[in-house]
Design a protein around this ligand. Structure first.
Ligand code: ATP
Ligand code: MG
Length: 562
């Protein structure tokens, strides 16, 4: 990631609270260099919130000349899949977060974790407990009441060692025993009340197969993973704040020479957007969206398919910053970032989304002119192209009105407008079908008014875009609105389901593009003049049947509620 591309949040900006803590640790020589990690569970696709965590961790490693690791936290085989492992690696790479060495898997440390558990038992810091899950919950107490000690808490070290070994050997049924840390049942922090650190569960693991029938719990496994890898700063989200004392307990009791340190920050939430793996998964499984990369989602795969760039996402994260307090960021900010990124980089071409035929009566039949048009007025480096012009064109349906309101400066009977990069035309006639729908408009053009000719004779108030009909390329264009019904809120209060906006997707099957679009490939993006930024769909588009997704309109559709 290049700091220089950041929008205003460069080196001079004040440091965030994590940087301040890292500076202190370096100064006090608690650490010699910085090592961070991104530890996803491979149980779904990554979303924009994860991108924040990735870029934060990667950014810190870069800033301090340290290391950034990618590690799968695959200690819960229930929901994990190889498909997710692959998608996550792809997304992390796409974001430009270069991880050090190979991808790591927590499951590769199962042997070490087991040894550390044995070590705790030998220190008298862990015991095998026969209470059921319900009993454990009952004994745990509440925020206001202390817990009760398990009757198995004072088993001898020898007995614990034997029982734990037997748990591992498959001698006991699932759920019949656990290994628990022996800490303090009266701690005000419930996480410290003899937490379970190993459970018996016969599940086939995507990496270790059937080798294990006991699996470590997250709160035990995670600090050990960090410790083994030499992570110095284990950055996680706020819901783990109450788990930090347990994290510190584990790294201390296990005896890491250089214990990692956990620091929490606030999750990224976006307004009117479904984040949360659980909900996205449900939308996918219920078939409400077209897979994990449906362009209406905010998974990284969906953002990529929609046409967002890694640069735009990095810019967004810099603007959002890092904080200790939960809040929601307006989605319009992400839109702003993608517009900023594509503005100078991509060509601006003509595409008509809802075509209406326009005939220039006084233009010679069969004649074609090739107009020189700049690809991007603000960036000469993108060069020019030839755009054909002739008698039969398509314009946008909405650029013509038979009975226009005041201040409508586009085409209507008798009015004159400029055809972008071409000539002035005046509407002289309208053709309608039997139902009274306008099917064709007829104009005359003034050959004196060609763009770039220096014509100053008179002015027009409207400029509209167009496409020369005979060589136009037909394409499908998808327009999006928020997936979520903004009036109703993201989630339905009764059952937690998502309130889906019925207009979240509009498909226009008959868009017409200028011929310069020929050869457009999946992932290519363009500005369609006046209509926004569009990206060729990487799944459904074919060379002879192009499909475009609108990334974002040109102007913010963001409305201030009155
Ligand atoms: P979700 O909240 O969507 O279910 P998760 O926390 O279960 O996600 P993990 O795979 O466990 O997903 O997350 C990997 C890392 O990403 C964790 O360090 C987690 O704290 C971080 N993370 C998850 N969601 C966000 C978010 N919205 N903003 C910032 N970081 C996040
Ligand atoms: Mg999680």
């Amino acid at each position: 990631m290049e700091k220089e591309t950041s929008a205003g949040a460069g080196e001079t900006a004040s440091k965030n609270f994590i940087e301040i803590e890292i500076d202190k640790d370096l100064q006090e020589e608690k650490v010699a260099s910085v090592c961070t990690r991104f530890p996803p569970e491979p149980n779904g696709y990554l979303h924009i919130g994860h991108a924040k965590s990735i870029l934060l961790n990667y950014g810190l490693a870069r800033e301090y000349g340290g290391k950034f690791l990618l590690r799968f936290d695959d200690t819960n085989p229930m929901k994990e899949k190889t498909e997710f492992v692959e998608s996550i690696i792809r997304d992390v790479k796409w974001l430009g977060a270069d991880y050090e060495g190979e991808v790591r898997f927590a499951s590769n440390y199962f042997d070490q974790m087991y040894e550390y558990a044995v070590k705790l038992i030998k220190k008298g810091k862990a015991f095998v407990c026969d209470l059921s899950a319900d009993q454990i919950r009952e004994y745990r107490g509440t925020l206001t009441e202390p817990g009760k000690e398990s009757p198995y808490r004072n088993r001898s070290i020898e007995e614990n060692l034997r029982l734990f070994q037997e748990m591992k050997d498959g001698r006991y049924p699932d759920g019949s025993k656990t290994l628990r840390a022996k800490i303090d049942m009266s701690s005000p922090n419930i996480n410290m009340r003899d937490p379970v650190i190993y459970r018996i569960a016969r599940m086939t693991h995507h990496n270790t197969g059937d080798k294990w029938c006991i699996y470590p719990m997250y709160d035990f496994a995670h600090p050990i993973e960090d410790g083994i890898e030499g992570v110095t700063h284990s950055i996680c989200t706020l819901e783990f704040e109450d788990h930090r004392p347990l994290y510190d307990w584990v790294v201390r009791e296990v005896g890491f020479e250089k214990p990692p340190r956990q620091i929490e920050f606030a999750k990224l939430y976006l307004t009117n957007v479904v984040t949360g793996k659980r909900y996205i998964k449900k939308l996918v499984e219920d078939g409400i969206v077209d897979g994990w990369d449906d362009p209406r989602l905010v998974t990284i795969a969906a953002l990529r398919r929609r046409g967002y760039t890694p640069e735009s996402i990095r810019m967004f994260m810099e603007l959002v910053g890092v904080s200790k307090g939960n809040s929601s960021v307006d989605y319009a900010m992400l839109d702003y970032c993608i517009r900023e990124d594509l503005k100078l980089k991509r060509p601006r071409m003509m595409a008509v989304l809802r075509p209406l035929k326009l005939i220039i009566d006084n233009y010679p039949e069969g004649k074609v002119e090739y107009l020189d048009v700049e690809n991007n007025k603000e960036n000469e480096a993108l060069g020019t192209r030839k755009v054909p012009f002739g008698r039969e064109l398509y314009i946008e349906e909405e650029d013509f009105m038979e009975n226009p309101p005041k201040k409508y400066f586009r085409l209507f009977p008798g009015n004159e407008v400029r055809l972008m990069n071409a000539y002035f035309v005046r509407c002289v006639d309208v053709v309608k079908d039997a139902q009274g729908n306008v099917t064709e408009i007829h104009c005359t053009y003034d050959p004196e008014t060609r763009s770039g000719s220096g014509f100053t004779g008179r002015k027009v108030k409207g400029t509209i875009h167009w496409v020369y009909a005979p060589t136009s390329i037909k394409a499908a264009v998808r327009l999006y609105e928020n997936l979520v019904d903004e009036e109703k809120g993201v989630y339905n209060k009764e059952d937690g389901s998502v309130n889906v906006n019925p207009n979240s997707l509009t498909v226009l099957e008959n868009a017409r593009l200028e011929p310069a679009f020929e050869g457009a490939k999946g992932g290519d993006s363009y500005q369609f003049v006046r209509n926004g930024y569009f990206c060729v769909d990487s799944k459904d588009s074919a060379p002879d049947a192009l499909v475009f997704n609108r990334v974002v309109p040109l102007k913010s559709s963001f409305k201030i509620k009155k």
